[in-house]
Design a protein around this ligand. Structure first.
Ligand code: FAD
Ligand code: NAG
Ligand code: NAG
Ligand code: NAG
Length: 573
């Protein structure tokens, strides 16, 4: 993610003073008072900038309490959603419904005690509320490794599979965690005679598993997840920072050649960083870790001043200023290997370390200083950004890259706004039998970019991000990551999944009353487009078709794309 404050951090070190021992942990995602509760995502703001109010929340601690919670909701005709202790999903999937009165939340915060390792069968079964870090550490302690995991560890076992979370790999069963799920328990509504709710145990060969493993919380409550393991191993990582010539030809072989390959592309800097990343035996020497720079704790002062400088550059329409930052940060990341550490610091390639420390990180979650936090902590007016994540059929990704290069070559500086963050992160996932997973070998592309404090303020070069976004989702048929993205990415999504109807049929069977559906999750799953309001294209709530969907008063009008002519974007003129 975004790293420029990090550099400033060095300058600010001197300000930090002596040790302060209270932790600035991320805020709890649910806040309640006498009149009810409000659910937030980790950025504190949903895509539509409207709060999610829910009258009640319950915190089951074991499977029977989980079952009773679903029974209660069923008996009382309540809409229900589950949320983890993290709520790190950006779209409003975990918000039960806009109709405040008849809904409830089930939190898995306190449903996280059991992690059982089955050594003989190389498997682990965990309660849905267990954190990814706790799971990984327990598995490694027992001499095993979990092969896939998202790069970010601030997620629960139930939440991460529900949205199709992934790392990066084209080897074995691939980089998506749900493709390593070999069993799952689900609490679903039931008849009165069955006590209004029941637990179903879904085995590896049960076709229900294809619906249940990526289910957006819409089938029922996941109680337990069983994942396959491998004997513990280490990884060896080297970054090759080079120019981006032929990236569109290289990416395919790169993914085949290295088990945990990825590529970070900085289009404005004409730079590609290839990650050479393979497993090595446990006996290989090295006890390194990957403490990804964007997920490290930052001085709050620095996060705030970074945000204010970004705001100033936006206001002044200062593209060059953004590019200067991009140059500095890309250079700095290279210097510190983006958070790879041989020991306490980075001293040189390759960095070798245990799988449990090399795949996933999030040290800002455990910040023990009151003056540091995750950079996007909503309480500090720190970084605030959008996240676009498009999943392409691998066969189309090369052409997409060629198109983006054409757009970039018109004016490379227009891409600096993403290179200040993490550039374009390219990852690999394999074909999956999950109905809401990828039906073919795929490439996942992530990029982040500035989001304004209020919804009516247009952004510098927003036409460029909109054109890339529309190219991805409309021209190349990319599918949106369920846990990220602005609303337009979900338009028409149901027609992109060949097994979509099978998912809907399973939902009818398991949740006939649609208890686990609500306005927000339906908007995402069915990709419905709301009535186009003034300014709706600014925040990706629509694509513009008239100037009023942009911001005429700020000089932003609805125009066609520069390379992808069918795109409709808000451009300053
Ligand atoms: C900084 C950051 C970095 C990220 N990096 C990555 C990455 O590298 N790769 C990647 O793929 N994703 C990444 N993500 C996205 C993240 O993996 C997903 O948002 C993940 O789903 C979050 O898990 P959670 O436990 O917070 O789930 P929540 O946000 O609490 O819930 C997610 C969904 O699952 C449902 N749900 C949760 N628990 C249950 C349950 N027990 N039963 C049924 N439904 C349930 C919820 O209703 C909701 O629909 C990142 C997100 C952030 C904020
Ligand atoms: C109490 O919660 C409600 C609903 O979540 C919210 O609208 C209201 O602002 C809160 N009031 C206070 C005093 O926090
Ligand atoms: C369970 O959740 C608590 C916080 O609510 C956390 O401190 C603990 O580490 C979690 N345990 C597991 C195994 O996830
Ligand atoms: C870095 O990557 C480029 C492009 O793939 C390649 O030509 C070059 O040989 C690589 N350098 C090293 C040191 O591996």
């Amino acid at each position: 993610m975004f790293h420029f404050w990090w550099l400033l951090g060095a300058l600010h070190l001197v300000l930090w003073g002596s040790t302060i021992t209270h932790a600035t942990l991320p805020p709890p995602p649910v806040q309640c008072n006498d009149t009810g509760c409000t659910l937030f995502n980790s950025y504190g703001v949903w895509n539509d900038r409207k709060d999610c109010h829910v009258p009640t929340i319950t915190y089951p601690t074991n499977e029977e309490e989980l079952r009773l919670a679903v029974a209660h909701a069923n008996q009382n005709n309540l809409k229900v959603k589950v949320v983890s202790r993290f709520s790190h999903t950006i779209p409003k999937l975990a918000c039960p419904d806009s109709q405040y009165g008849n809904s409830m939340l089930i939190s898995t915060l306190k449903y996280n005690s059991s992690i059982e390792i089955d050594e003989a069968n190389l498997a682990v079964t965990a309660d849905a509320g267990v954190g990814l870090r706790e799971l990984i550490d327990e598995v490694e302690r027992a001499g095993f490794s979990l092969v896939p995991a998202p790069y970010w560890e601030g997620v629960s076992v139930g939440g991460l599979i529900s949205t199709g979370a992934h790392g990066s790999s084209w080897w074995g069963k691939g980089g998506a965690v749900h493709d390593h799920v070999i069993g799952l328990s689900l609490v679903v509504p039931a008849k009165e005679s069955e006590g209004y709710a029941k637990i179903i145990r879904i085995g590896a060969k049960d076709p229900l598993l294809n619906a249940a493993k990526v289910s957006l919380g819409m089938l029922g409550v996941i109680s337990k997840v069983k994942l396959s393991l491998e004997p513990a191993f280490k990884r060896s990582i080297t970054y090759n920072s080079t120019d981006d010539t032929h990236i569109e030809d290289i990416f395919m072989d790169h993914g085949k050649k290295y088990e945990f390959a990825d590529v970070t592309w900085y289009p404005s800097r004409h730079t590609a960083v290839y990650r050479y990343d393979d497993r090595v035996p446990l006996s290989a020497s090295g006890d390194g870790e990957y403490d990804f720079l964007g997920f490290q704790a930052n001085s709050i002062v620095v996060s705030k001043s970074t945000r204010s400088s970004e705001k100033l550059l936006e206001k002044a329409r200062n593209v060059k200023g953004k590019c200067a930052l991009a140059t500095t940060f890309v250079g700095f990341k290279k210097l510190v290997a983006n958070g790879l550490k041989n020991g306490l610091i980075f001293t040189g390639y390759p960095v070798v370390g245990h799988q449990g420390k090399m795949q996933t990180s999030g040290s800002c979650l455990y910040s023990t200083r009151i003056d540091t936090s995750c950079a996007w902590d909503p309480r500090i007016s720190g970084l605030f950004f959008y996240e676009t994540t498009a999943i392409f059929p691998a066969s189309k990704f090369g052409d997409f890259l060629r198109d983006v290069k054409k757009l970039r070559d018109l004016k490379a500086d227009n891409f600096c706004g993403a290179d200040i963050y993490n550039g374009f992160l390219i990852r690999y996932i394999k074909a999956s039998p999950a109905y809401l997973g990828q039906s073919e070998e795929s490439i996942v592309l992530d990029f982040n970019y500035y989001r304004a404090d209020d919804s009516s303020t247009p952004r510098l070069n927003q036409d460029v991000w909109e054109e890339v976004e529309q190219m991805a989702f409309f021209k190349y048929g990319a599918k949106p990551h369920w846990a990220k993205n602005r609303n337009l990415a979900f338009f028409d999504v149901q027609h992109k999944y060949p097994n979509f109807n099978k998912f809907v049929a399973t939902k009818k069977q398991l949740d006939p009353k649609n208890m686990f559906s609500g306005e927000w999750s339906n908007e995402i799953l069915f990709g419905t487009q709301a009535v186009k309001a003034d300014g709706c294209a600014l925040e990706g709530q629509c694509t513009c078709s008239e100037d009023r969907h942009c911001s005429p008063k700020n000089g932003y009008f609805c125009k066609e794309g520069l390379v992808y002519k069918e795109a409709r974007v808000c451009r300053h003129s």
